[in-house]
Design a protein around this ligand. Structure first.
Ligand code: X2X
Length: 335
């Protein structure tokens, strides 16, 4: 046997220990970082931690993902940069904020597109979701198949109740950093201010912003009700998180480990969706008991305002006929 061949065989066997049963403590081969912007008690963080644990077990400790929840590694904007350089390996980000890099990724947030959750999941687990994932990969990131639920977003305020679209005129509302959000609240005549979630509580407390909009589950878990008085049930958009991976980091894992990671993250996303669905059953009553005043609004009136402001026509043009067609084939005509 030549020296070269012997070396090749040795190199081959060196790769074998992945999943090999070992005795005692075993140093992890891949120490990876996962990050998010959600409080530690949010189902997103809980399910990500569980998934990391299952991945560790299924790979005999060789894929060791550590979770950094609650903006511990920075704001969404910071974490997106870190994901791209590989300083973070996995990161869940709202499709709308991801749109600062991948324009198509905000399409699920088009105002009043989805009437309910079954339509959301059919669309985002279907052709439109596949289209967006493809766009994400064309921009140098990898998205797992299953989106995580953030929720239907509702408007809160500390100054005055928002009852009609006209009440939004001049309203200083915090929105996440995303062209779609700014455009939508400008179409309502509001004064949107783009702020990362890591700064939202203090922005509301100090009245830099009068209001904000988020799903009830997050208003509850992030305790935004402490600094807000009114909540208008607009459900003006559905927002979800993509589980993004740094592609080079993911591809360094052996194929069997890649499959375990993807399967477990997708499973965790489905579990998180269920958790939010369960929370949704009780969250309004809980927030009422904490003093938040709820307002039922005429949603079609809000939608009509967006339409007359040219919002749908503008965004149809931006996304293009193909993407817009994929959305409308699930939700019906929007323009
Ligand atoms: O920034 C927000 O409001 C949040 C937490 O809902 C998102 O991640 C979009």
């Amino acid at each position: 046997m030549t020296a070269i061949r012997r070396r090749a065989i040795l190199a081959g066997t060196a790769a074998l220990p992945l999943f090999a049963i070992t005795r005692g403590a075993h140093a992890a081969t891949f120490k990876l970082k996962m990050a998010n912007n959600s409080p530690v008690t949010h189902p997103q963080s809980v399910r990500q931690k569980e998934a990391a644990e299952r991945i560790r077990k299924a790979t005999n400790g060789e894929v060791d993902i550590q979770l950094f929840p609650n903006n511990q590694l920075g704001s969404d904007t910071d974490m997106l940069s870190q994901l791209r350089t590989g300083a973070i390996d996995y990161f869940t980000l709202s499709g709308l904020i991801l749109a600062t890099l991948v324009p198509a990724a905000s399409i699920n947030g088009v105002g009043f597109a989805f009437k309910d959750y079954p339509t959301v999941w059919k669309t985002m687990d279907g052709k439109l979701g596949a289209y967006v994932r493809d766009q994400i990969s064309q921009h140098g990131l990898l998205a797992m198949d299953k989106m995580w639920d953030n929720g239907f977003r509702q408007i809160t305020s500390s100054t005055r109740p928002i009852k009609t679209p006209a009440d939004l005129k001049g309203f200083k509302i915090r929105v996440p950093i995303s062209p779609l959000w700014t455009s939508m609240f400008e179409a309502f005549g509001a004064s949107p201010i783009s702020i990362n979630f890591s700064e939202v509580y203090s922005a509301l407390q100090t009245k830099i912003a009068e209001g904000q909009e988020n799903p009830l589950s997050l208003i509850q878990i992030a305790k935004l009700y402490e600094v807000q008085k009114y909540c208008s049930l607009t459900s003006h958009m559905w927002d979800g998180f993509w589980m993004l991976a740094n592609p080079a980091s993911f591809k360094r894992l052996p194929p069997a480990a890649q499959k375990i990671v993807a399967d477990e993250l997708n499973r965790a996303a489905l579990e998180e969706r269920d958790d939010i669905a369960k929370l949704n059953a009780s969250v309004e009553a809980d927030l009422k008991s904490k003093g938040l005043q709820f307002i039922e609004v005429d949603k079609p009136a809000f939608r009509a305002k967006l339409k007359s402001a040219g919002f749908y026509a503008e965004w149809k043009k931006k996304y293009g006929d193909h993407a817009w067609g994929l959305l409308e084939s699930e939700v019906g005509t929007l323009t």
